[in-house]
Write a protein that binds this ligand. Structure first.
Ligand code: BTN
Length: 362
């Protein structure tokens, strides 16, 4: 049941997508997606959260949000499945034990006041990839600043065709839709902006200082806890839209065995849980600040900040793997476009790295 509800709940953005060639997972051809479902679950959560100390009857909730009592019960079950501690049952009423850590618009939008992210928040319980949804929305004219958030991704994507493990309600899976007035050649700076924002936000939750491995890996203790995937639709001189996807491992208790050696979460590092909501809000405010700084003053402040917080900026021994070769060298700063300079060990000079895998060379 929870799965069905989750798929239905993906209505806000997926409604339009249903007209296109690809459909969200679980949605059958021609199946109507109820656009209001998300909003009403959002309303249910808000009602419970705002009345945390009192028991509200199922009938009252049903009346307030305009659904049947059975539907209220089904959604309560869905929320429980997502880890929201709702006490009570259909006959007596319900109350919430604490404000849930779910990234629903109603809990977020007032916290994002003053940023472009407050007005268009698309929240999904389950979706293939927030980047994919954001691109579909962008094609349909969604404005700059729209956010796509998911509790779970079934096809989370990472760089270089890798997947991004997106366990339910433990990580942040967020995509920001941008329509930036910059040439495509400067797009790597958007990834740096996002990396800096996520790094600064996570630093407050960590006991040790996080690092950024160019261009987008967020590291703590040498292990990766976050990454950025920027995708765009552009002409040679103009970006139609860019989607900046940010994944942060927050409350995973352990990472899957295949990546446990190289990946971690904030919870694993600090041995305590963290509020995804607070972290996301902080990150989006940082993002807004860095983005505005970038538009107003160009790349230099972003590059200076990157130099301050990334051990990979200069003098780092690295191994670079591009599609054509692998070599070692030493990092030598960034170009104004955000591209990495690496002085090669083999005497062939300094290489400009547009994309590729960077790892620390021993
Ligand atoms: C990487 O380091 O390889 C980039 C990982 C990016 C993951 C995020 S999670 C939200 C957004 N949706 C996706 O499918 N990917 C990005």
């Amino acid at each position: 049941m929870a799965r069905k509800e989750s798929t239905e709940a993906a209505g806000t953005a997926a409604k339009g997508a249903a007209k296109g060639p690809s459909r969200p997972p679980g949605q059958k051809p021609g199946q109507k997606i109820d656009k209001r479902t998300d909003k009403r679950i959002d309303a249910l959560l808000t009602l419970l959260a705002e009345n945390a100390t009192i028991v509200i009857s199922g009938a009252k909730i049903a009346e307030e949000i305009g659904v049947s009592r059975q539907q209220v019960w089904r959604w309560i079950e869905l929320l429980r499945d997502l880890g929201v501690r709702v006490k009570g049952h259909p006959h007596t009423g319900y109350h919430i034990e604490r404000v849930p850590d779910i990234l629903v618009p109603q809990l977020l939008s007032h916290r994002l006041y003053g940023t472009p992210f407050a007005r268009r928040i698309h929240h999904f319980f389950k979706v293939d990839s927030t980047n994919t949804v954001a691109m579909r929305l962008a094609e349909r004219g969604e404005p700059h600043g729209a956010l796509v958030l998911a509790e779970e991704q079934t096809g989370g994507r990472g760089r270089a065709g890798r997947s991004w493990v997106s366990e339910k309600s433990t990580g942040i899976y967020c995509t920001i839709l941008l329509r930036p007035p910059i040439p495509p050649a400067h797009a790597p700076l958007l990834t740096l902006v996002a990396g800096l924002a996520a790094r600064d936000a996570a630093a407050e939750d960590l006991d040790s200082v996080p690092d950024i491995r160019w261009p987008n890996d967020l590291l703590v203790g040498g292990k990766k806890f976050g990454g950025i995937l920027t995708e765009m639709h552009a002409e040679p001189d103009r970006i139609h839209y860019a989607v900046v996807g940010i994944g942060i491992n927050v409350n995973q208790s352990k990472m899957p065995a295949e990546i446990a050696e190289i990946a971690t979460s904030l919870k694993i590092e600090t041995r305590k849980s963290h509020s995804r909501l607070e972290l996301l809000v902080r990150m989006l405010h940082h993002f807004n600040r860095y983005y505005e700084q970038f538009l107003a003053s160009g790349a230099q402040p972003i590059l200076r900040r990157f130099a301050e917080v990334s051990s990979y900026f200069r003098g780092k021994r690295v191994r670079i793997s591009t599609h054509s070769e692998t070599f070692t060298g030493t990092t030598a700063g960034l170009e104004a476009s955000g591209v990495l300079r690496v002085a090669r060990d083999d005497g062939k000079g300094t290489e400009l790295i547009l994309s590729g895998d960077v790892s620390e060379a021993t």
